[in-house]
Design a protein around this ligand. Structure first.
Ligand code: PLP
Length: 380
């Protein structure tokens, strides 16, 4: 069966050229980058070249980029590291962050850290007035707010948040896993201390990412051992992954306008098609440009038995998408993000996230719409 992959926010397929490059590195790159002999030096040079390329693409300096095993590790390193050394007295975040943020914050809370879980509105935007009030408490704060939400696509005004945090001397971390390669960054101009990235969200390989740490911000390693990554992250580097990640990011930013326009076209085609076809369809989160990313459309189907089977039907029909619910060890838990918006159980369980990638086509969107129409017994 010809499957249509609309789950790119979970993971994008690897770009073919990036994959070829990665395989070349895996084949040819012998040795350990920490070795001082020829092979080690070759690998070290590849890592440092990749660091330079990534830094220049996001307006940072190479010394501010630290390679990790992905977004989860980068988020953990930033949050736990900041709390360990920055004299943090309160952590401010929301309940709709990725679990790579909420779980470390919950652990800190259990250990006695004061935490403030900001209210979010019905589209997933945090209450910035509440943020300011919390910052005014005078407690040294770590603020962690994701740039775009992975389930909703809602994108906050990170510049505004950064300015607010800077006014009160707060440390700011933003999970930028879903915006990296989809938004231009000039980090040298932003008062932000940490951002995170994961290569498999922008057509690179799984298992590699990075943490940006603004120069002058000191944090301790969370994974200890060798002195790799300037003592910030021990362990032999994933050289092929790092090289591939830099190439993938370069490729995304190299054709930014054209790819962004294509993704918006796909998202809006899906949105408009659903609006035409499904009476009572609603969208979770913000959907317009400027307030959301073009890769994610979270759809709340009108609640009745048939529609609650939509994900199952989609899978049978060859459409790969994600539910608003995640399946963990056999138990289906409702999405903490949709629940965090205050939606009831019916809407949580009837919501499906479609997420788009540059490889998707208009024809695929039309076919997905036709399949949905079949399940719902409506004409496209
Ligand atoms: N943060 C966000 C917003 C994500 O969407 C993801 C991946 O789903 C992660 C963090 C975790 O990244 P990784 O899969 O590289 O650990």
């Amino acid at each position: 069966m010809n499957r249509i992959y609309l789950d790119n926010a979970a993971s994008t397929p690897m770009d073919a050229e990036v994959l070829d490059l990665m395989i070349d590195v895996l084949r040819s790159a012998n040795g350990n980058p920490s070795s001082v002999h020829y092979h080690g030096r070759q690998l070290r040079a590849m890592i440092e070249q990749s660091r330079k390329e990534i830094a220049s693409l996001i307006g940072a300096s190479p010394a501010e980029i630290f390679f990790t095993s992905g977004g989860t590790e980068a988020d953990n390193l930033a949050i736990k590291g900041a709390v360990a050394t920055q004299g943090i007295q309160q952590v401010i975040t929301t309940a709709i962050e990725h679990h790579a943020v909420t779980h470390p914050v919950e652990d800190l809370e259990k250990a006695g850290m004061k935490t403030v879980w900001l209210r979010v509105d019905s589209e997933g935007f945090p209450d910035l007035a509440q943020l300011e009030t919390a910052l005014q408490s005078g407690d040294k704060s770590l603020v962690s707010l994701m740039h775009a939400n992975n389930e909703l696509g809602t994108m906050i005004d990170l510049d505004q948040v950064a300015r607010l945090c800077a006014r009160y001397g707060a440390i700011l971390h933003s999970d930028t896993v879903q915006t990296m390669a989809h938004v231009h960054y000039k980090l040298s101009d932003m008062p932000i201390h940490f951002i995170t990235a994961s290569a498999h969200k922008f057509y690179g390989p799984k298992g590699v990412g990075f943490l940006y740490i603004k120069s002058g911000t000191q944090i301790p390693a969370q994974i200890c051992g060798g002195s790799q990554e300037r003592n910030m992250r021990a362990g032999t580097e994933n050289v092929a992954g790092i090289v591939a990640m830099a190439a993938a990011l370069k490729k995304c930013y190299g054709s930014f306008e054209q790819k962004t326009a294509h993704l918006w076209n796909l998202k809006q085609r899906m949105q408009q098609g659903l609006e035409r076809m499904v009476t009572g369809v609603q969208f979770n989160g913000a959907i317009e440009p400027g307030k959301s990313i073009p890769t994610v459309l979270n759809v709340a189907f009108p609640s009745d038995e048939e529609e609650s089977m939509i994900l199952f039907n989609l899978d049978i029909g060859g459409i790969c998408a994600s539910g608003g619910s995640a399946c963990t060890s056999g138990s289906v838990k409702g999405s903490h993000v949709l629940a965090g918006l205050g939606h009831g159980q019916a809407r949580v369980s009837n919501s499906v996230r479609f997420s788009f990638g540059v490889q998707n086509t208009e024809a695929e969107i039309d076919e997905a719409l036709a399949k949905i129409g079949e399940f719902l017994h409506v004409r496209v």
